[in-house]
Ligand binder design. Structure first.
Ligand code: GAP
Length: 444
């Protein structure tokens, strides 16, 4: 994990928020490569969950909502973790994550057994809307994106003119004042979620739970996370939320242990019913065919963007021995991202930077490819070094413009370049004219 954290900082994937002021615990910034990776993940989720389906529409809700949303959903009363204080070192700790000694909870920081009794700590960030900081102005930064979907259910049902089963998808920021943010970005205080609320008839819920579990596992495969690194944890009924008729956690084998990536939960009609009761507005669905009116049930696949980005980096990280330009073995660090997820799709290199023809041709190729994919032009240093730099960034393809390309070794290979594939390090020659379609095929 240390190697991954250091690579993330060194290469600009992820860094501490407000670092020059000592940081802010549980908050992270994504640098140039991290921002691209995150964007690729969100775009692909949106494509799979919304654009490629007839039965799902998207929305983009506000982060601040009427406080009554959080009262009705139960978050204000119960969205809490049990917290204890260590009387010895004064640390604040999550009671359910502490080691035990002789059957007693132990401080994870100093080892003391002198802890306070657990008390509920609400995880929502409280804030005030408007100029007066009194009780009537209180609301919260949303701790999940889902509630905006539930409270807009009726409006969206009307405008989208969909029949059950159908879903509403959303990607956005969520905030939780976690007692112990930890494991890099895994448990953050500010993070993003990708959530789908898939509404259905009550009798379809359990089957759709299984359907969405399968769909979501397929998604992880399609972004390059091998099924060997994933685990399905069926939450025992006694541990499920009281309204849930079934929940699966999709877990990932992180270097710090097997941990949740996504929850797929059958939440029955709990959320819509709560909002219907509290708002006094009908959130029922009218079935034209059966003439029935009822509150739909919902199956919710809810994934974390930041956790999936971390999983992508962990799954991609590899170290191997490879010969340098002089044939000497050295350690090659490679991020073996699926080309779909890779922040940069193609590195473009003129063999020499002081040859005007090579540089001009390489820049020409940049112009051809840039509207279609993220490319990176690099002319500095030996070509082997440039490949290594891109290996570490996870760039799946490297295009080199050499003397064959510009016809200096005869006409046979004029107008062709070499493409180097990151993982096999194999090179092939292809005409510049075919480059765009060939790369687009391979990165999609
Ligand atoms: N609407 C349901 C819901 O929010 P959750 O299991 O609390 O369910 C869903 O959160 C996903 O959001 C988690 O599986 C995880 O990927 C992500 N997530 C939750 N808390 C997080 C945190 N503190 N830091 C990073 N990601 C988090």
């Amino acid at each position: 994990m240390e190697k991954i954290v250091s690579l993330c900082k060194r290469r600009g994937f992820i860094m501490q928020s407000s670092e020059i002021y000592g940081g802010l615990n549980g908050c992270w910034d994504f640098g140039p490569l991290g921002a691209e990776l995150k964007r690729n993940l969100k775009d692909f989720w949106w494509r799979r969950m919304v654009r490629e389906r007839d039965d799902v529409v998207g929305m983009d809700g506000s982060i601040l909502m009427n406080r009554q949303v959080w009262v009705a959903s139960g978050h204000e009363a119960t969205f809490s973790d049990p917290m204890v204080d260590c009387r010895n070192c004064k640390s604040r700790l999550r009671a359910d994550q502490l080691p035990e000694k002789d059957g007693k909870r132990q401080c994870a920081v100093c080892g003391s057994l002198d802890l306070t009794e657990p008390r509920a700590f609400n995880l929502m960030f409280k804030t005030y809307v408007g100029a007066t900081e009194d009780e009537s102005a209180i609301t919260y930064l949303r701790p999940e994106t889902a509630q905006a979907i539930f409270v807009q259910f009726k409006n969206i049902l009307e405008v989208a003119r969909k029949k059950l089963p159908f879903g509403i998808a959303q990607i956005g920021k969520a905030f939780r004042n976690e007692i112990n943010p930890r494991n890099f970005t895994f448990r953050s205080r500010e993070f993003e979620q990708m959530e789908l609320e898939y509404f259905c008839r009550p009798e379809g819920g359990l089957e759709l739970l299984e359907y969405w579990l399968k769909e979501r596992l397929k998604f992880y495969k399609d972004i390059g996370i091998s099924s060997e690194l994933l685990h399905i944890h069926k939450i025992p009924p006694e541990e499920c939320a009281h309204y849930s008729k079934g929940t699966y956690d999709i877990e990932f084998d992180f270097p710090f242990g097997i941990q949740e990536l996504e929850g797929v939960a059958y939440r029955t009609d709990y959320d819509l019913t709560q909002h219907q009761k509290a708002s006094g507005k009908s959130l029922e669905y009218f079935d034209e065919e059966t003439k029935q009116r009822f509150v739909p049930h919902v199956v919710e696949p809810s994934a974390g963007v930041d956790r999936t980005v971390l999983a992508l980096i962990c799954a991609a990280y590899s170290e191997e021995m490879a010969p340098d330009e002089k044939g000497k073995l050295e350690t090659r660090i490679v991020l073996k991202f699926h080309p779909r997820m890779a922040p940069i799709k193609c590195g473009i290199f003129p063999l020499l930077k002081n040859n005007e023809k090579l540089v001009r041709q390489a820049r020409e190729i940049v112009k051809i490819l840039r509207p279609h994919m993220m490319v990176f032009y690099d002319e500095s240093g030996a070509i082997g070094r440039r490949y290594r730099r891109q290996d570490e960034a996870g760039t799946p393809f490297g295009v080199t413009v050499d003397f064959d390309t510009i016809g200096e070794n005869g006409p046979t290979n004029e107008g062709t370049v070499t493409i180097r594939e990151r993982d096999s390090m194999k090179q092939e020659r292809v005409p510049i004219l075919e480059l765009k379609s060939l790369l687009l095929d391979r990165i999609d």
